[in-house]
Design a protein around this ligand. Structure first.
Ligand SMILES: [Fe+2]
Ligand SMILES: [Fe+2]
Length: 358
């Protein structure tokens, strides 16, 4: 059984065990850790023909889907600070709470701007990790098809780093440092010893989460520039998640029961830790500016009867159905996902995320 991640940072909120970083020095230390020791098995192959047709097709689709973050985006479109770019309620946490508390519109809009800049900064740091990890996969993957795809994904991720950092710098005028929980989890994936675990961690778990988050933003935003950027990124991300699924299907087929259990536990421990933070990293930084006490916010969210339904939405979008189809959620872990509000309702009602539509 995999050890709980960051067990020394756990704090009980009633039944729920949250993950909270309160020591700013420690957070700064985590952020300044720039050198990561990565074991990497480089693998040659002399088979240049295609062995996995679906992967080669995905690579072809990726080539056709290329776009230029500088010239294909109309950067002259504005992103005004004094206009709503998301619905005031329901999309972001702080403006929803502040609205319910009776705060004025300007305060709610400023909170939405801060929270969104924070979220986009975290996505940007995640893109950098994806770029680094795909470079590793290009070395370590066994087949030429997988090397072709991972190599092509590197340039997709470079473009995502480019477009998100340009949007933050040019349009939002700010870029927040990486959240400590995210830094620890991304380092775990980058340090993972085998290409199988790296593929599961980055391509299935993080890409699956990214598809859910980007799709939610693209649907919710009313700003044309942001919508265009996020839609483009999201189309690339669903291709990446498909790569994860295609590779993982093969891995699962070839794995022993013991290896499958290890993968199932690994997936649970990463998603559990991601969920355990409950936006405390964001709230510690921005909540006090708006009179929001991070711990009170988390207490009241967890007390809401509809919390599991709301909390699970982003997980249920792509990552949970994909894990289920891969056979990496069984009765060993399903109840644990449910207890933590990650899995909710019936997964068969969700769309078929394995179909590759773009
Ligand atoms: Fe990406
Ligand atoms: Fe990606």
């Amino acid at each position: 059984m995999t050890k709980k991640i960051l067990s020394e940072h756990r704090k009980a909120f009633g039944e729920f065990e949250a993950l909270d970083f309160v020591d700013e020095k420690e957070v700064a230390q985590l952020r300044s850790k720039l050198d990561i020791d990565v074991p990497l098995d480089l693998h040659w192959t002399w088979e240049y023909g295609s062995e996995v047709e679906e992967l080669r097709n995905l690579y072809e689709r990726g080539k056709k889907g290329q776009w230029n973050a500088e010239t294909d985006i109309d950067w002259s479109q504005p992103f005004p600070r004094d206009e709503w770019f998301m619905p005031r309620e329901g999309a972001l946490l702080m403006p929803s709470l502040l609205t319910a508390m009776g705060a004025d519109e300007d305060t709610c809009r400023r909170a939405a701007f801060d929270e969104f800049a924070h979220l986009l900064s975290q996505l940007l740091h995640g893109e950098q990790a994806a770029m680094q990890l795909c470079g590793q996969l290009t070395n370590a993957c066994p087949t030429m098809d997988a090397k072709f795809y991972a190599g092509s994904q590197v340039i997709d991720e470079v473009r995502h780093v480019e477009v998100l950092s340009k949007f933050l710098q040019r349009k939002m005028g700010t870029l927040y440092p990486i959240d400590p929980t995210l830094k620890v989890l991304l380092d775990m994936l980058l340090e993972a010893p085998t290409w199988k675990i790296k593929t599961l961690g980055m391509q299935t778990l993080f890409e699956g989460m990214a598809v859910g988050i980007f799709d939610t933003i693209a649907k919710a935003t009313t700003n044309p520039l942001l919508k265009d950027i996020i839609r483009r990124v999201q189309i690339d991300e669903s291709r990446h998640a498909a790569f994860g699924i295609l590779s993982m299907r093969q891995v699962v087929k070839e794995s022993s029961t013991e290896e499958l259990q290890e993968m199932e536990d690994f997936a649970f421990s990463i998603l559990e830790a991601l969920n355990a933070n409950q936006q405390l990293d964001m709230l510690r930084l921005h909540g006090p500016k708006y009179g929001l006490d991070p711990e009170n916010v988390v207490h009241s969210m967890l007390a809401m009867p509809e919390w599991p339904a709301i909390n699970s939405e982003i997980f249920m979008h792509t990552v949970m159905p994909n894990l289920k189809r891969l056979g990496l959620i069984t009765e060993r872990t399903e109840h644990k996902y449910r207890e933590r509000g990650i899995l909710f309702g019936d997964m068969t009602t969700h769309r078929d995320t394995l179909s590759i539509t773009n």
